[in-house]
Design a protein around this ligand. Structure first.
Ligand code: G1P
Length: 289
C-alpha cells in the first residue's frame, strides 16, 4: 500500500535552542533562508507523500501560518514585480494538504504519534522528526519507502554513532542483512543507560505499518517516564519483524546549536548560489582565528 501520509511530531518546546525558541517554535528556526520544518516537509513531498499531519501544541501557530496563503504579501510582490519570490510563496502554500492535531499532554514521542491515529487510518505512514535534517542525493524518506515496498514491513532509518552517544538515541540490535544496508532488527532499546546492544542509532525517519499505531495504544511509559515510539516498534518487531536501513546521507541534529551551525555551513557549501561566498567567508575566518 502506498505511503500517503507523514506524521510530524512538532509539539516539543526546544529548550536546547533557547533563547532562540523562547517565543518561536523550534521548527521555525532557520537554516540559511528557510525554517527547519520546510526542509522536512519538502523531503516528504519529494518522496511522494500527499498528506502531512502536524502533531502540534499551543504556541505553534507560526507553523500553520508558514504553509498558509498570505494575500497581502502576494499582492505586494505582484505589484513590485517580484514574480520569482511570488511563485515561491505560492508554491509553499499549495505544497500539500496539512492536517493539525493537538498533543494536549507532553507524554512522549510515542504518544505524539498516537495522537495522529485517526487521521492516518489503517495505512502505512512516515514519521519525521524535523530536528533531524538530512542532506542526501535521494530524500531519506524515499530511501525508506523503497525498502518498505521491498519488505512490506516497518523500516526505521539507522546511523552509526560514537559509543559514548548511545544513551541519546534509540539503539538497535542488528539481525541478518537482507540487502545493501537493509537489516532485520533483533531488538531495540530507547536511550540505553548501559550495555547498548550496538552503536547503531535510530534517526528521525520512519516508515511504520498500522500495527505500530495499535501497539502504541498499549505501550506503557518507558525511558524518561514517556511513551516511547521505540517500545511500540519493538513490540511489532518481536511479533512480525521490523527492518532498519543504513541510509545514504549526512544527518545534522538541528535541535542543538552545534548541529545547527554545522548544517548552516554544509548547506551553504552545497548551494550553488552561496558556495563561493561561503568558501570565502570560511577562508577569511580561518586566517583570523
Ligand atoms: C527520538 C527517539 C530516539 C531517536 C531520536 C533521533 O529521541 O525517541 O529513538 O534515536 O529521536 O533523533 P529524542 O531525540 O526526541 O529524545
Amino acid at each position: 500500500m502506498k505511503v500517503r501520509t507523514a506524521v510530524f511530531p512538532v509539539a516539543g518546546l526546544g529548550t536546547r535552542l533557547l533563547p532562540a525558541t523562547k517565543s518561536m517554535p523550534k521548527e521555525m528556526v532557520t537554516l540559511i533562508d528557510r525554517p527547519l520544518i520546510q526542509y522536512a516537509v519538502e523531503e516528504v513531498i519529494a518522496a511522494g507523500v500527499e498528506r502531512v499531519v502536524f502533531v502540534s501544541a499551543r504556541s505553534k501557530r507560526a507553523l500553520e501560518d508558514h504553509f498558509d496563503r498570505t494575500p497581502e504579501l502576494e499582492y505586494q510582490l505582484q505589484d513590485s514585480g517580484k514574480t520569482e519570490v511570488l511563485a515561491e510563496m505560492q508554491r509553499l502554500s499549495s505544497m500539500c494538504d496539512i492536517t493539525y492535531v493537538r498533543q494536549k499532554n507532553p507524554l512522549g514521542l510515542g504518544h505524539a504519534v498516537l495522537c495522529a491515529k485517526d487521521v492516518v487510518g489503517k495505512e502505512p505512514f512516515a514519521v519525521i522528526l524535523p530536528d533531524d535534517i538530512i542532506m542526501s542525493k535521494k530524500p531519506v524518506t524515499a530511501q525508506l519507502i523503497d525498502n518498505y515496498n521491498k519488505t512490506g514491513k516497518s523500516v526505521v532509518s539507522l546511523m552509526e554513532v560514537p559509543n559514548e552517544d548511545t544513551s541519546k538515541y534509540g539503539i538497535v540490535k542488528l539481525g541478518a542483512e537482507e540487502g545493501s544496508g537493509l537489516y532485520e532488527l533483533d531488538g531495540m532499546v530507547e536511550k540505553p543507560k548501559e550495555n547498548p546492544p550496538s552503536n547503531m542509532a535510530i534517526i528521525g525517519r520512519y516508515i511504520l505499518t498500522p500495527d505500530v499505531m495499535e501497539a502504541l495504544e498499549h505501550t506503557p511509559r518507558g525511558a524518561g517516564g514517556e511513551i516511547q515510539l521505540t517500545d511500540a516498534i519493538l513490540d511489532v518487531a518481536v511479533k512480525q519483524g521490523v527492518y532498519g536501513y543504513l541510509f545514504e546521507g549526512k544527518r545534522f541534529d538541528c535541535g542543538n546549536m552545534n548541529g545547527l551551525f554545522e548544517a548552516v555551513v554544509h548547506f551553504a557549501l552545497e548551494r550553488p548560489d552561496l558556495r563561493e561566498h561561503a568558501i570565502n567567508v570560511l577562508k577569511g575566518a580561518s586566517k583570523l582565528y
